[in-house]
Design a protein around this ligand. Sequence first.
Ligand code: MTE
Length: 324
Amino acid sequence: MLIKNPKGWEIPESAATSESAYLNRRQLMKGAAAGTILAAAGPVLGGVAQAATEDDPSAHLYPVKQNLRYRLDRDLTPEKINSTYNNFYEFGSHKEIWRAAQRLPVRPWTVRIDGMVENEMEIGIDDLLAKMPLEERLYRHRCVEAWSMTIPWSGFELSHLIKMVQPLGSAKYVEFRTFVDKSFASGQRQFWYPWPYVEGLTMEEAMNEMTFMVTGTYGHPALPQHGAPIRIAVPWKYGFKSAKSIVSITFTDKRPKTFWEELQDAEYGFWANVNPAFDHPRWTQKTERVLGTDKRVPTLIYNGYGEFVADLYKDMPQDRALFI
Ligand code: MTE
């Protein structure tokens, strides 16, 4: 992104927990009281997840059943890496924001759903969770900065929420907004960024089965650094399209002007579909560093999700604008 530490991806392997630690923990949490198990998991997770999930009123909902339709060609990223290497500019423009992000108050939390819909609403996150069919999906996550992770997200398909609010035929886009509060989000004191963080999708993209609202990670409620209590995951696009800690979802007939477009539209466009054939102006997109390993692997068009999404774009010019 704009401010980049070129060595930032070099997290030593020794800092990682293995995938089996996550899987064991998932098994353990299934049958036992969450308090006891979280205490046991504390040392494994280095306390990163523990503090954030202990008091979370949705903790009892997780882990949720995995949807086996979405498979991976690579190992899960160790939770320790996924939880300590993040982009969340509200808490600073570097990768180690996870400590600062613990100041994010994740309750009470309401999401306003408005604009061109039959049923406008303002709904508390726990009421929303009660209405949505939760599942776990293993998704790849490819940042525009050419690093990637693979993450067990929990949450629900955005299409379920869209059906609940019934958009009008005139709605063409969906806009997602993050909170603004400088009192705890120190990054928002950096006045040169165009707060709030805004992202957007077309209605067709928002209705696509891959578009997922994330409320949990690694079998527990999402951590603040991941954009708790609710963020989006749009895995065929660069990671900046996946807005964190969402407070409003607006249906509109105007294309949203996004946070990164506002800053630098030649580098971070509206579409931002992953494509190794179109380099970022300042670095290659042909390959990506797989965090938690020493591998650099070829990047795949639509981040490997072409079978689900390529049709969305078949009638559009296949040029640079679609892929930056
Ligand atoms: N959402 C908000 N509100 N603020 C941000 O700075 N960064 C984006 C995206 N969503 C960002 C955000 C970027 S650049 C990426 S790569 C992903 O979040 C990072 O998600 P992760 O930290 O869970 O890997």
